[in-house]
Design a protein around this ligand. Structure first.
Ligand SMILES: [Zn+2]
Length: 265
C-alpha cells in the first residue's frame, strides 16, 4: 500500500494538473497489471483527488485496450470512495446538442471480450447493475452543472460500443430509435468495475458531435468539433472543481459502500 491517499478519483483530466496544489505522481501496482499511466494526486478545494487519464498521458491507449481493472483497482488501493468518470461522447438525439453535458443514469453495453469483473470465483458474486450510477453523486453533479451554468441533461442512456471503429449508420439508427441519447467507447466496463469495488461512480458525458449525423441537422465540420472539444474541457474543469467542492465528506444517501453484502449467495 502506497502512503499517498486520495478520497476522490477522476478518470481523465490530464489537462487539469496545472490547477492542482501540491501535485505528486505515484505509480500503483495492481494484481491486474499496469494502469494506463502514473496517477497524479493533488488538492482541490481541500480534498485529495487522484487523476488517471484512462487513455494514458499521450492518449496512446485505444478504448478497447484500456486496462480498466488495473485503473479501477488502483483508485481503490489509494483509498478512493468516489469516482468521477467524465468522457467525450457523441449524441444520438437532435435535442442533445454538441457542447452540452449529459449526467447519464443508465448504460447499454455493446462491447465484447473486455475483462469486466473482479469476481472470477470462488465466491459467486453478482453485483446489480440496475442503477449503475450513484444517485447521490449524480445529484451533486447536476447541482454543479447548474451552478456553473452548463447546458446539461440530468439523465440519459449511454450506449457503449467496442470501438475503435465508429458505428455504421444502421447501428446508429438502431440506437437512436431505442431512445438512447449518448454513445461512447469507455463507460463500460469502467463504471461497473468501480461499483464492484464498492466505490460511488458518476458519469459526465461531454457531447462533441452528432454520431453519424442526425436527419435534418447539418454535419459539423472538423474545426467545429475541435472548438466544441476545447470548450467542453474548460466547462468540465469548472464542473469538476464545483462538484468536488460541494460533495459532502462522507457518503450519506447511497448504498454503494455496501454493494457486496447484497451480491453474494
Ligand atoms: Zn454512492
Amino acid at each position: 500500500m502506497t502512503s499517498v491517499q486520495a478520497e476522490i478519483g477522476v478518470f481523465g483530466g490530464s489537462g487539469f494538473y496545472q490547477f492542482l496544489e501540491d501535485a505528486e505522481t505515484v505509480q500503483v501496482e495492481t494484481p491486474y497489471g499496469m494502469t494506463s499511466c502514473d496517477i497524479t494526486i493533488g488538492t482541490v478545494a481541500g480534498r485529495r483527488v487522484a487523476f488517471l487519464p484512462r487513455h494514458g498521458y499521450n492518449h496512446s491507449i485505444p478504448p478497447h485496450l484500456i486496462n480498466y481493472r488495473a485503473n479501477v483497482w488502483a483508485f481503490k488501493k489509494l483509498g478512493v470512495t468516489r469516482v468521477i468518470s467524465p468522457c467525450a461522447a457523441g449524441s444520438l438525439q437532435k435535442y442533445v446538442r454538441p457542447g452540452s453535458f449529459v449526467i447519464c443514469d443508465q448504460y447499454v453495453d455493446r462491447t465484447n471480450s473486455r475483462k469486466d469483473t473482479f469476481y472470477d470465483g470462488p465466491i459467486a458474486t453478482h453485483v446489480s447493475a440496475a442503477d449503475p450510477y450513484c444517485p447521490e453523486m449524480r445529484q451533486y453533479a447536476i447541482d454543479a452543472a447548474r451552478a456553473c451554468g452548463i447546458e446539461h441533461h440530468p439523465e440519459g442512456t449511454v450506449v457503449v460500443i467496442q470501438g475503435p471503429r465508429f458505428s455504421t449508420r444502421a447501428e446508429s439508427n438502431w440506437f437512436r430509435t431505442q431512445g438512447w441519447e449518448v454513445i461512447n467507447m469507455t463507460q463500460y466496463p469502467e463504471a461497473h468495475l468501480v461499483k464492484e469495488l464498492e466505490m460511488c461512480v458518476v458519469n459526465v458525458s461531454l457531447i462533441t458531435d452528432y454520431d453519424t449525423g442526425i436527419p435534418g441537422v447539418e454535419p459539423v465540420s472538423h474545426e467545429e468539433v475541435l472548438k466544441v472539444f476545447a470548450d467542453n474541457n474548460e466547462k468540465l474543469k469548472n464542473l469538476l472543481f464545483k462538484l468536488i467542492e460541494i460533495l459532502p465528506p462522507h457518503r450519506e444517501n447511497c448504498v454503494c459502500g455496501q454493494v457486496l453484502s447484497h451480491s453474494r449467495v
